[in-house]
Design a protein around this ligand. Structure first.
Ligand code: ZN
Length: 476
């Protein structure tokens, strides 16, 4: 291992990042060709998809594809420059200068590390800002999805920044303390610590964090509510409460999710999902998070998380959109309950915990390797935080890529299984029409390059799902 000299290791890491970057650009290029050349609606969808919507979706996706090319190029160059010019040791020195100014010398490593994390987040927030603004106020806006004002955007960003720091800085400090004081078996304690923190965050997210950003109101009594309760009861889903969240204040992209531990599960529907909701202008739907992460993207596979404020634009195009019928909402929920019933979220948590443990174990093996620190510009000291950064971000990157690909493949399997579950509840036909509506309203493009989809799509494409649900046969 000593053979690896200073610059060489950085070069190897950079080479790997560039190979991944070029590979993903190649995939993007393939997908772009699909957007450019597919002018005909797939036959399965001809009776349900208007040419105008199809063309709109095509242009929207082309636009997004172009944007991600430039955003990706920028972040690739930024990372290369940071690595080549020693941006990490520079930021570490600056952090040390700041804590030193307040009378805390290099022996206060955790304090310096926390300052480093804070400065790093400030840096990435600032450099990410133009991209975020452009994406929201130019791209999304141009296609009628943006609902927020600049004021809301900045307020939201500031809130998110503060909340993230309040959580991540103490967690980072705690973790570093464990690594430094934990002795030979620190990796076990470090893993336990992250496990407890993760579970704690899932636990408090719904009640204390999510409401800081959005308003949750209980779903009023009515047909929909009793139908959902009946559905939940029929498969022993421990439903505790049903909420409606004002998604339409952020964006007209659709979403929905589940959360909660054990007997305490809540369903959250975006108001954009509901036909009757007064605020509602368009359809939407989503994805469950069972005991897992509290937020998940919509089932239509390709839309970004977007934010919006209530200066709703009354574009004629949006007025046409209508929410899903109660039957369709129930079918979407049937799919989500499938994720719960089949233990998908639990499986994901287990995989992620095993992975975290493995990473901490490998970190323990590598973290005393001085040449590693020297290679990244730390010849004289081996701060634990820098070790975490180098090993988790750079050394593990091939493993991270592989794992992320396998998780994407697994996720698609889970989606098919959840669809099959909904089919078993006799909701196949409603799920099909719901999926088509959601795809339309999110301007999802129903055609894709197979290799691009295999690499990127956590959800199978619309056509694959319709085929698996035997759409034509069920249609009439
Ligand atoms: Zn799903």
């Amino acid at each position: 291992m000593e053979v690896v000299a200073g610059l060489d290791l950085v070069t190897v890491v950079l080479l790997f990042f560039w190979v991944v970057y070029l590979w993903e650009n190649y995939l993007s290029f393939r997908q772009r060709e699909v957007y450019k050349t597919t002018k005909d609606i797939p036959w399965e969808l001809r009776s349900v998809l208007e040419h105008e919507t199809f063309e709109k979706a095509r242009l929207y996706q082309l636009d997004k594809n172009g944007f991600s090319f430039w955003a990706g190029l920028y972040s690739q160059l930024e990372m290369t420059v940071i690595l080549l010019l020693g941006g990490i040791p520079f930021l570490w020195r600056v952090s040390g200068d700041i804590t030193g100014y307040f009378g805390y010398g290099p022996e206060f490593e955790i304090l310096q590390s926390v300052t480093f994390v804070l400065l790093g987040t400030v840096f990435s927030t600032v450099t990410g800002l133009p991209w975020g603004l452009y994406s929201t106020f130019v791209i999304e806006d141009r296609h009628g999805f943006n609902k927020q004002t600049l004021g809301f955007y900045f307020k939201d960003l500031a809130k998110k920044f503060v909340v993230t720091q309040l959580i991540s800085l103490p967690v980072a400090a705690g973790l570093l303390y464990i690594i430094k004081a934990g002795g030979d078996y620190f990796f076990i304690y470090a893993w336990l610590f992250t496990f407890v923190v993760t579970m704690g965050l899932i636990f408090i997210y719904a009640d204390y964090i999510a409401p800081l950003f959005d308003r949750f109101t209980p779903l009023p009594d009515g047909d929909l509510r009793s139908q959902i309760e009946t559905l939940a009861a029929s498969i022993d889903f421990p439903l505790y409460k049903i909420f409606v969240v004002e998604g339409s204040k952020r964006s007209s992209h659709s979403n929905a999710y589940f959360f909660g531990f054990y007997k305490n599960k809540r369903i959250v529907l975006f108001d954009t999902l509901l036909e009757e909701n007064p605020v509602n202008k368009e359809a939407s739907a989503g994805e469950a998070a069972g005991e897992g992460s509290s937020e998940d993207s919509s089932d239509t596979a390709s839309e970004p998380e977007q934010k919006g404020e209530g200066d709703a634009k009354e574009g004629g195009e949006k007025k046409k959109k209508i929410g899903c019928s109660n039957e369709e909402i129930l079918a979407v929920l049937g799919h989500e309950l499938g994720h719960w019933k089949l233990g998908h979220n639990l499986k994901n948590i287990i995989i992620s915990q095993v992975n975290t443990f493995l990473c901490f174990f490998l970190f323990a093996l590598l973290s005393n390797w001085k040449e590693l620190y020297a290679a990244f510009g730390f010849p004289d000291s081996q701060p634990a935080l820098i070790g975490l950064l180098i090993i988790f971000q750079f050394i593990f990157s091939p493993y991270n890529e592989l794992l992320s690909f396998l998780m994407t493949v697994l996720s698609r399997r889970f989606e098919f299984q959840a669809d099959t579950f909904a089919l078993g509840l006799n909701k196949g036909a409603d799920l099909c029409t719901a999926l088509i509506k959601l795809n339309k309203d999110n301007l999802g493009f129903p055609v894709h390059d197979w290799l691009y989809a295999a690499w990127h799509y956590s959800h199978p494409g619309l056509l694959e799902r319709l085929r698996a649900l035997d759409y034509k046969q069920k249609e009439q």
